[in-house]
Design a protein around this ligand. Sequence first.
Ligand SMILES: O=C(O)CCC(=O)C(=O)O
Length: 292
Amino acid sequence: MSAPDTAAFVKEYRENGFVVAERLFDPSEVAELNNAITEILNVSDIGAVAEVEPGDNGMARRIWSPTKQHSAFERAAAHPLLLDHVEALIGPDILFHYSKLHLKAPQVGSVVDWHQDFAYYPHTNTDLVTALVYLDDTTTENSALQAVPGSHHRLADHYVDGFFRGKVVGADAPDPAQAVAIEAPAGSVVFIHPLLLHYSSPNRSDRYRRAFLPAYRAADAYPIHFGAHAGHNEAGVKLLRGKVSDTARVEAGTWRLPLAERPFGSLFQLQEGANQGTAAAATGYATLDEAK
Ligand SMILES: O=C(O)CCC(=O)C(=O)O
């Protein structure tokens, strides 16, 4: 794949809140990343490097910060062609924000409930983008990402019973008929606007649906809430392209902050209500290993 046809690529992103670059990573690059997953998980204590699926299967569902765990992922997050696409969407001054990896193992891969990323980490502007890199051929059958085109213009309600639960289940919950499944071959990248409503079903198929998710933001987008996510990830933010900004660009908006009832690790734990620790009592500042 070559550099994007910028106008069409950006138009689609602005209209729908997502856009796909098919086969941005070539098969040898995808194979290198899948080998890196095998190496990361080749440890006696999987819980030290990954979050495990609930139940007794012992399968990993989330690798924490893969860019810190293997140089192949650090290189992939700074892949020049990937950054060309990111630049087309959020401008020339690009910060690496954080990364994660979802495994969606055959038969056991957990649901990711409807949510918008910005709800977890509101910033001064919305020039943030997550790149979801499919590491397997992905169809509806093995839990392709689903999204509601055009849903990226307002923040939906992610609260349940007065606390942030990282999922949209109330009146703002999308009608499934509005959703589209984003099917694409391995190596393709789905670029997700931070206000896009998205979801993925449990994986009931016999195939993996692995995805590497590096996230980026414009250098002048600063967190407006120093909660669990910023507390954990700001130390790892780094400039990948362009220059740092001593100025925060502020878009108009009113953003409800992610004040969770208790400390939480991953999005999975929060959405499942498997929060840990004692009450974080209305600050949302307390944090475990990871947040989102
Ligand atoms: O891996 C997926 O299916 C979706 C992940 C996602 O939406 C997220 O982590 O924000």
